[in-house]
Design a protein around this ligand. Structure first.
Ligand SMILES: [Zn+2]
Length: 210
């Protein structure tokens, strides 16, 4: 399962800073997300391509694996308890699925009314989900690749400086056909992006030949 040699990507795309992206990842294909310049949080959601009512469940993912973080080997579980994909490579080692995504509303509460009009992940998700006939109601608790959110023994957590270095990557191999949706996080009020949102790269590879 680990360190499999991926065939050359059949699709490569640079996602500009602050922008959303999505693509259908077929069962067996692998999506590689590359933190091109380092310290960039990548918010993500997964939906079953055949029935988007089945979607990523942070709660079931954490419950099933008995760990608070996402890393190599984590199975990404749906609200129907099925495995949607799993992490097959990870050169960063620290990913979150507890802290949610930024929104105009949460920015205003956390950082002041003057931040209310800043573009946020929730708006990116709304834009991207609209391509598949989905709306705000379809946004659920998400993954935050490359986001450093240590949880202390009392259960409190804070977003702190990202540890991912330029070129760090995470591979997710799909266990069903999924709509993979990304918000390349535009947050500038906390350290999740080093206060400077940067581009990421996504690559899709077919399954390795047996
Ligand atoms: Zn964000």
């Amino acid at each position: 399962m680990t360190n499999m040699i991926l065939p050359e990507a059949i699709y490569t795309h640079d996602v500009p800073a602050e922008r959303p992206w999505s693509h259908i990842i077929r069962q067996g294909q692998t999506l590689r997300i590359i933190d091109s310049e380092g310290q960039q949080a990548v918010d993500a959601l997964l939906y079953c391509a055949n029935d988007p009512a089945e979607r990523y469940s942070a709660q079931d993912t954490l419950r099933l694996q008995g760990s608070a973080y996402v890393g190599l080997g984590t199975k990404l579980v749906s609200n129907k308890g099925r495995v949607m994909g799993h992490v097959t490579a990870d050169s960063c080692g620290l990913h979150d699925t507890s802290a949610g995504c930024c929104s105009c509303e949460s920015n205003a509460v956390r950082f002041g009314e003057e931040t209310k009009y800043q573009h946020a992940c929730r708006e990116n998700f709304v834009l991207e989900l609209s391509k598949y006939g989905m709306t705000k109601r379809d946004i659920v608790a998400n993954l935050n690749f490359f986001m450093n959110v240590p949880i202390d023994p009392s259960g409190n957590f804070t977003v702190v400086d990202g540890i991912s270095a330029p070129g760090n990557y995470v591979d997710i191999t799909a266990d069903m056909d999924v709509i993979f949706v990304i918000s390349n996080c535009p947050q500038v009020n906390n350290p999740c992006n080093g206060f400077n949102p940067t581009p990421i790269q996504v690559r899709i590879s077919d399954p390795p030949l047996a």
